[in-house]
Design a protein around this ligand. Sequence first.
Ligand SMILES: *Cc1c(COP(=O)(O)O)cnc(C)c1O
Length: 386
Amino acid sequence: MAARDIVIPADAGAVAIVDLDAIAENFRLIQATCPGADVGAAVKANAYGLGVGPVTATLAGAGCTTFFVATPAEGLQLRASDLTAEIVVLNGPEPGNIPAFHEGRLTATLNSLPQIETWRTARDTAPEDTADAWLHVDTGMNRLGIGRRELETLIADPTRFDGIRISTILSHLACADTPDHPMNTAQRDLFVDVCERLAPVIGPARTSLANSSGVFLGPEYHFDMVRPGASLYGIRPSAPQPNPMKQVVEIYTKILQLRDVDTPMTVGYGAAHQVTGTRRIATLAAGYADGYPRAAGNTAATKEGSSMCAFIDGQAAPLAGRISMDLITIDVTDVPAELCHPGQTVELLGPNVTADDLADAAGTIAYEVLSGLGPRLHLEYQGGTS
Ligand SMILES: *Cc1c(COP(=O)(O)O)cnc(C)c1O
């Protein structure tokens, strides 16, 4: 897709173009990387900001039969799209949200002794065909999951699982994006050990450890199912290595106004960008409310100015000054004049800037950039079955 072919709707400031075929391709690449494992897909947070409906339909079409969400509300929303696949709710059940699990045929992840007890009580009222539960064991993340002491309690008292069938044991890697980190092997070894110790208590269960980055740590991390999210959406699995995933998201905005600044002056809030000499400034119709990270512009943290650029037909134009809620200012002095006019399409993410590049410039991660894409951004889909 060439940027010059993209027209921003007159009533919108910016569009995000989501390439559904690229998502399907990324799914198949992960399948090929893990030939012995099933591939489930993390579609929490509105499929990392890209639109859970189209993204999930695409992945289901590619053969995905397990989807991960964070909350029961996300699970219900997904079930309402007539998805027949298993929907696993990672944050687990609470006494007040059991009806949502039952109504949506949602699979509970049991993260703690209280959640196991909540689910055990709930089984009395559960519909016949409600899915089995998953058990999350902590192996070093210290966030969610059954910890060491809780594990001993469960092994000593298997009646806590009465009426519950655990289909899958999962754990989550803390440092998988750093392949050489010693946490990876330590967590893997502990996971194998915990699964072996649980086997007599819960019976045969599948096992799952790897997120996106874990997929690329090698076959000894794949177990029965891998759980990628980020890499399906094009985010790099590991910073030091080349990104094997296809780019999924491009974001375009347009020029609203141009001005030539020929006396020493500043641009934008906080007078954070000083113009010297004669410069041409373009004001773009997108800002942090659309999800463009404010920290990518001139901030206290980037006193020297931002290193991030927008692109006009492939020509770089550095950000100039702070990102506003609805506007971005860029320096287009070095961009050919015929490309600089109101209405001109400008690439914020695309062939020249990945979500990882933008995140690096903003001191964050691409996960936050994508999941922070604003509701005002006009989402368009390309490819897919629809
Ligand atoms: C979000 C999440 C994933 C997916 O992680 P990515 O790094 O996006 O691939 C997998 N497992 C759990 C438990 C998660 O919370």
